[in-house]
Design a protein around this ligand. Structure first.
Ligand SMILES: [Fe+2]
Length: 431
């Protein structure tokens, strides 16, 4: 009955939903949204708060209209309902609209839709990115979304340059024939429509070969590949990639090729970023599965060899740890294990203790620092730790929390904040 009601809402309403802002580079943003019927769609964008002087000169008639490009997403589970089988009541087709457009520093308001139906008026800011504020969360679901209010509050009150969601969204996008994804995208819209919301896929996005994830989040990447992509944002080069690929379809040629293509991208990208340190001093790499963790759930996976860390496929090395170290990556972010854990600078379990006097401030560390921030809150609750804390582990806590990252050219800091807004851990890397 509930599905029937939802279905009629979908059919009746053409008001666009699931609105989502993405960052492509300092001068380019992208906005995506969904309708359930085909119609021409537009972004109505206006720059506001230009200041009194400027306002009198240029504020008149400064609304711009962009026509959206549209892609159709066919719900993959529908193909199982052949002739003679009753098809479940759910939208079979979704229309995913997108506009990519130029920006300058300032405040914008916008609506999406057409003359017949438009969204509510939404706002976003383009901040100066030389003093960055980034929010990072992992494993936030629709149920038990403990840090959601905190995330929304920070995204609204503070000048946040972007949110990074480190995989495992919604729990799960494909459920209820994709209607769970519809609910998720609307649930997160108050954050994602005002702050660039950058994602990567986790194991919870694997179903139907990640298609629900790809349909909703294609435009987080300038290249339209939301599995692996990168950009410079102020003083940081950020690389997102999908290390869930290491668990899928490696018995097939195309699965191996997919992994190899990604690995080639990572190598090329980090080499280039490392040569560009004078302009962009920091490198952060993000993927869902942590290279270092000490949790005991997931059948003790943290204590087993991890293929994405230093494994091989057909005797060819495919792990990334040595690539991260060689290119002097500063910080590696992950989710997956539902807790917070932060390492000392470490490579292949060799811990660099020389770069820090107090364990929180690091001066030109030899190795990357690994941070797992996987406890934003979801229906699977929190993960326990091993009894003994490993040598490489600087701090760990099994609590609901999110990360705030701040950066300027001299310092890259991370602040871990629990669900009550209390600071539980800090780290800073100094040039
Ligand atoms: Fe996961």
């Amino acid at each position: 009955m509930r599905y029937l009601f939802l279905f009629f809402c979908y059919i009746k309403s053409e008001i666009p939903s699931q609105i989502h802002l993405s960052y492509h580079d300092s001068k380019t943003r992208s906005i995506s949204w969904v309708t359930f019927k085909k119609s021409p769609q537009y972004l109505f964008l206006s720059e506001r708060n230009l200041g009194r002087l400027k306002r009198s000169l240029v504020f008149q008639n400064n609304e711009k209209v962009f026509e959206a490009s549209t892609e159709i997403f066919f719900e993959p589970e529908m193909k199982f309902y052949g002739k003679g089988l009753t098809r479940p009541i759910a939208p079979m087709l979704r229309y995913i609209h997108n506009v990519t457009f130029p920006v300058t520093i300032g405040s914008y308001s916008y609506m999406v839709g057409n003359e017949e139906a438009v969204s509510e008026k939404l706002n976003f800011d383009v901040f100066d990115d030389q003093n960055l504020n980034i929010l990072a969360i992992g494993d936030l679901g629709l149920e038990n979304a403990v840090t959601y209010d905190l995330l929304k509050t920070y995204a609204t009150l503070i000048d946040i340059n972007m949110v990074m969601h480190l995989g495992d969204l919604c729990y799960n996008l494909h459920e209820q024939l994709g209607m769970k994804a519809d609910k998720w995208m609307n649930f997160i819209q108050p954050v994602a429509a005002q702050t660039p919301y950058q994602t990567l896929p986790g194991n919870h996005e694997k179903y139907f070969n990640y298609t629900h994830y790809e349909s909703r989040y294609k435009n987080v990447a300038r290249t339209a590949n939301p599995h692996y992509y990168s950009f410079d944002i102020g003083p940081i080069h950020v690389l997102f990639y999908n290390n869930d690929f290491y668990f899928r379809d490696l018995n097939t040629d195309w699965g191996k090729r997919r992994l190899q293509n990604q690995l080639n991208f990572i190598k090329r990208d980090l080499k280039k970023a490392n040569q560009n340190r004078d302009a962009v001093p920091w490198i952060i790499v993000a993927a869902h599965h942590p290279l270092y963790c000490s949790n005991t759930n997931h059948q003790n996976a943290c204590f087993k060899p991890m293929p994405f860390k230093n494994g091989t496929v057909d005797n060819y090395p495919v792990g990334v740890e040595s690539i991260l170290m060689r290119n002097k990556v500063d910080m590696v972010l992950a989710g997956h294990t539902h807790s917070y854990e932060r390492s000392f600078p470490v490579y292949d379990f060799d811990v660099d203790r020389e770069s820090s006097k107090n364990g929180n401030n690091f001066f030109q560390p030899k190795y990357p620092i690994y941070v797992t921030s996987g406890s934003a809150g979801n229906r699977e609750e929190l993960a326990p730790f091993s009894e003994k804390q490993p040598d490489w582990s600087a701090y760990r806590a099994s609590v609901y929390a999110l990360s705030m990252i701040k950066a300027n050219r001299e310092k890259l800091s991370l602040y871990q904040i629990n669900q009550h807004g209390t600071l539980i851990d800090t780290l800073a890397i100094h040039k």
